[in-house]
Write a protein that binds this ligand. Structure first.
Ligand SMILES: *[C@@H]1O[C@H](CO)[C@@H](O)[C@H](O)[C@H]1NC(C)=O
Ligand SMILES: *[C@@H]1O[C@H](CO)[C@@H](O)[C@H](O)[C@H]1NC(C)=O
Ligand SMILES: *[C@@H]1O[C@H](CO)[C@@H](O)[C@H](O)[C@H]1NC(C)=O
Ligand SMILES: *[C@@H]1O[C@H](CO)[C@@H](O)[C@H](O)[C@H]1NC(C)=O
Ligand SMILES: *[C@@H]1O[C@H](CO)[C@@H](O)[C@H](O)[C@H]1NC(C)=O
Ligand SMILES: *[C@@H]1O[C@H](CO)[C@@H](O)[C@H](O)[C@H]1NC(C)=O
Length: 380
């Protein structure tokens, strides 16, 4: 059978894909030889809402001055071009001193609509709007009484994607890819507003980061594992997002990320590594989540100075394990239905106090900040 036909079958029947080999993914890393990264404007943050299989997300990660960590997330998904589903998720982690379990709300959305310019997302009881100047999102949600969201997130450093167009593409013919993966970042932003729970309004004045991600294919075909680092300190942010493909695409690793200082991007590109430097067995589900991490960034500033960044140390022992099939109902089940060997779990480490060592040219700084990290396991 032709590769594309096998792929179509896998797509419709939900089966595992055959082995195409590493040539069947064109990593965005290739583009970084000519353009390490591209600064983005408002039009680069439109919703694609493809009419073919896809999962598209917008996630706002929040670190409040009061010590709460949260993310709010819109997920748009399309199964085989036949059925679209959207979900709004909100998760709040309380400071340790509060001694309270995290709060998770996940709701399917109805009457989804996009603004004419495709920058804003609407559904019953939900609006996620990008301002005219492209610098502020407002997120208002009444989708769940347990967590009523009224937030605004304003970019304070440039937005970027890696390479020229930000895409890694999948397919045996690079000129006619059957899948894509793209992340667009606001690496550094401020947040304000509230999330109101049964205990009252939580003030989310603080630091934020925002990521728009488009997976233009079945997510478990694109990635078997994910690693995510969101470090924010007073003067720096350091982001890394990595996925490792399933064996069908040669278990290929693609890592994108960047470092900001103040309101500037110091460096962004694909020359970063994310390592689980110590893991433990989670016998209950059979994965090995991390206990310690090592994230490294390596590149050059626009004016040619060497840049290195390093985060190396143990993770806070508190984490949440999210059983994606059980806790994100609806859409993912439809997408992953029938796929053998898929066992998706996310381990979320909401708050590790850790240092970033960053060297720009001859200047080396070590600064303490907060790390939000995720380890996602989907299949072997
Ligand atoms: C899907 O979208 C593409 C590109 O926007 C368009 O050319 C095509 O007609 C659409 N197909 C359907 C079935 O809507
Ligand atoms: C939402 O936040 C804005 C800005 O902080 C405020 O003006 C508005 O009254 C809030 N809306 C609700 C329903 O709380
Ligand atoms: C790559 O990304 C751009 C947006 O950055 C998008 O418009 C384009 O269609 C993508 N290319 C492919 C081959 O999917
Ligand atoms: C951030 O930079 C300022 C100016 O260099 C410095 O005074 C401050 O201590 C830095 N913050 C941290 C957390 O190191
Ligand atoms: C990528 O990082 C490695 C160290 O991890 C470094 O030796 C190499 O020069 C870097 N490459 C580029 C293109 O910056
Ligand atoms: C920058 O790093 C490269 C290796 O990645 C090294 O060869 C070069 O000497 C460094 N330049 C300076 C000015 O330190």
């Amino acid at each position: 059978m032709m590769s594309w036909a096998k792929q179509k079958l896998a797509d419709v029947a939900g089966t595992r894909e055959p082995i195409y080999g590493p040539e069947a993914i064109q990593s965005v890393a290739k583009q970084t030889e000519t353009a390490p990264y591209t600064e983005l404007t408002r039009k680069d943050f439109t919703w694609s809402h493809l009419n073919t299989t896809c999962v598209e997300t917008e996630v706002f990660y929040l670190m409040s001055e009061g010590g709460q960590i949260a993310f709010v997330q819109v997920i748009y998904s399309n199964v085989a071009g036949l059925r679209t589903t959207s979900q709004f998720n909100c998760k709040i982690y309380y400071p340790k001193s509060a001694n309270k379990p995290s709060l998770w709300s996940s709701d399917q959305l109805a009457n989804v609509d996009f603004s004419d310019d495709e920058n804003s997302f609407y559904a019953d009881n939900l609006a996620v709007e990008l301002s005219e100047d492209g610098n502020t999102y407002t997120i208002k949600s009444l989708t769940n009484q347990a967590s009523v969201v009224n937030l605004s997130v304003t970019r304070t450093a440039p937005a970027f994607h890696v390479g020229k167009d930000g895409n890694s593409t999948f397919g045996t013919d690079p000129n006619a890819p059957w899948g894509t993966m793209r992340h667009a970042f606001w690496p550094r932003a401020t947040s304000s507003g509230t999330i109101t729970t049964a205990d009252g309004a939580i003030d989310f004045e603080g630091k934020a980061c925002f990521i728009h991600c488009l997976q233009g294919m079945k997510p478990h075909h694109a990635a078997a594992k994910w690693k995510f680092c969101n470090f924010q300190s007073e003067n720096y942010s350091a982001i890394a997002m990595e996925f490792i493909t399933p064996p069908s695409y040669g278990s290929t690793t693609v890592t994108v990320g960047g470092i900001t200082k103040g309101n500037e991007i110091v460096w962004a590109g694909t020359n970063c590594t994310t390592t689980w430097s110590k893991v433990k067995d989670d016998a209950e589900v059979g994965w090995q989540p991390p206990e310690a991490v090592k994230f490294e960034w390596n590149g050059k500033t626009k004016d040619g100075k060497n840049v290195t960044g390093l985060i190396d140390g143990p993770l806070d022992e508190h984490y949440d394990r999210v059983d994606i099939m059980a806790e994100v109902p609806g859409f993912i089940k439809q997408i992953v239905a029938g796929a053998a060997g898929t066992k998706p779990y996310i381990y979320q480490y909401p708050k590790t106090t850790i240092s970033l060592k960053v060297k720009i040219g001859e200047e080396e700084v070590v600064e303490e900040g907060i790390l939000y990290a995720e380890a996602t396991f989907i299949s072997e």
